[in-house]
Design a protein around this ligand. Structure first.
Ligand code: LLP
Length: 427
């Protein structure tokens, strides 16, 4: 991994800092995020797509005010999917016109706040919402720029819970049966809306570009139908996020420039065939930007050898700081980082401290046979959907996020305290 490195003496460092010293200073469990890597990935995406396209970072992967400032500085836009994410974005100074609001059931309050703030885009997800957003905008005397999210009917090859473009799920308006075309018809009639384009997001942790190609083709097909019926060419296409990252050495992710070339080619080709001007393209990577930039540092508490089976290595966190293994059968790697060891590798399962047996961080791992209480373990690639999906299960205190840059570490999200927990308990 790029974030967990061992120097010539075998000491693991992150951003030039010794992991042991970091654990001492910030405690465990904790997420350590490499700010330079985050910014480099932002630039790689922006450069790959060029000035003719927009990159919206998907805040659901991980959002904090520091992250918002980095995005603003690196010239990225931001996709938010709730009032909470919108509030974080605005409070850290992201210009509203660079924010897009998503969600399949946005509340009246969320929509109102977004329209009032002047967000650059609201992605409409249902027939009800077309009317709802239009009415709110009209009441506020505004014309809101919107896209319509369509369901293109692609079976993306990923876990069922994170695939979003097949027919039988809750997101978007189906292209099938002319529903999306009807949504366009209705949106074009409403004064409060300026329909700028069509949106499609097919799922997450996807490696195969074929699904994106089908999606792009079907979205361009809809733009063609819109032109033929209404005589207008919608100027934007958003193909969503979902690009996979390497969690283990088996994964082989595409680089941003390959993704940009492949999406750019297909959109250009399809538009040329249909005689359409090429619309402005946007994408919404979350995981691909933040996922690889962080690792979680844990301390080993107990080691249980189950003869003939495997060794259970319990760490001081678990499903409350990384639910992905339990929820999606996600695979992670793990490394002993507080010292080097020549001991034989042993089949291990890294588990947390929560009160259920599904509380697994890394299902199958080889750790040195002398792993012992007090050792530090690092689990790489936990930047996306770990802190953002962390919970207080068993009244766990959610870990801090520590940003490392230029050989210095600073907390960007602090560790929760018992006071934080008790503050909400007002019974
Ligand atoms: N755009 C939209 C409309 C989305 O719904 C999502 C993710 C993204 C962009 C960003 O997708 P990414 O590039 O990060 O794959 N909790 C799951 C992932 C859920 C993704 C939800 N939507 C996980 O931990 O794998």
């Amino acid at each position: 991994s790029r974030t967990v490195r061992r120097n010539a003496d075998g000491v693991v460092t992150v951003g030039g800092l010794d992991v042991g010293a970091l654990a001492e200073e910030f405690g465990t469990p904790a997420y350590f995020l490499d700010e330079d890597d985050f910014r480099a990935r932002c630039r790689a995406w922006k450069d790959a797509f060029g000035p003719g396209a927009d990159v919206f970072y998907a805040g659901k992967a991980f959002l904090s005010r520091a992250v918002v400032r980095w995005l603003a500085e690196e010239g990225l836009n931001l996709d938010v999917c709730s009032g909470g994410e919108l509030a974080t974005a605005l409070s850290a100074g992201m210009p509203a016109e660079r924010i897009a609001l998503h969600g399949n059931n946005k509340s009246t309050e969320e929509i109102t706040r977004a329209v009032e703030a002047g967000v650059g885009r609201i992605v409409l997800d249902s027939f009800q919402e077309i009317v709802r957003v239009a009415h709110i905008a009209e009441r506020l005397g505004k014309r809101q720029r919107v896209q319509i999210r369509v369901t293109v009917g692609v079976e993306a090859h990923t876990h069922e819970f994170i695939a979003t473009a097949h027919e039988d799920q809750k997101f978007g308006i189906a292209l099938a049966g002319g529903q999306a075309a009807e949504a366009v018809r209705r949106a074009l009639k409403l004064d409060g809306l300026e329909l700028t384009g069509i949106h499609s997001h097919i799922g997450s942790q996807i490696f195969d570009m074929a699904g994106f190609e089908v999606s792009a083709r079907r979205v361009v097909q809809l733009l063609t139908e819109v032109r033929d019926e209404h005589g207008i060419e919608l100027p934007e296409i958003d193909l969503g996020g979902g690009l996979g990252i390497a969690y283990t050495s088996d994964d082989d992710p595409r680089e941003p420039h390959e993704i940009a070339a492949s999406l750019g080619d297909i959109v250009t080709r399809e538009c040329a065939a249909a005689g359409l001007a090429v619309p402005r393209l946007s994408v919404e990577p979350g995981r691909a930007i933040v996922g690889p930039t962080a690792f979680t540092l844990y301390e080993v508490g107990t080691v249980k050898e189950l003869t003939g089976l495997r060794t259970y290595v319990s760490v001081d966190g678990g499903m409350s700081d990384n639910i992905r293994t339990a929820l999606y059968d996600a695979e992670y790697s793990v490394a002993l980082v507080s010292r080097s060891s020549d001991a034989e590798p042993m089949l291990s399962r890294v588990v947390g401290k929560h009160c259920e047996s599904g509380d697994i961080v890394v299902r199958d791992a080889f750790l040195p046979a002398d792993v012992a209480p007090g050792d530090l373990l690092a689990v790489p690639a936990t930047g996306a959907y770990c802190r953002s999906m962390a919970s207080n299960y068993n009244h766990a205190l959610r870990p801090p996020v520590v940003a490392v840059a230029d050989g210095a570490a600073r907390v960007i999200v602090r560790r929760e305290t018992e006071e934080d927990l008790l503050r909400l308990d007002v019974g």
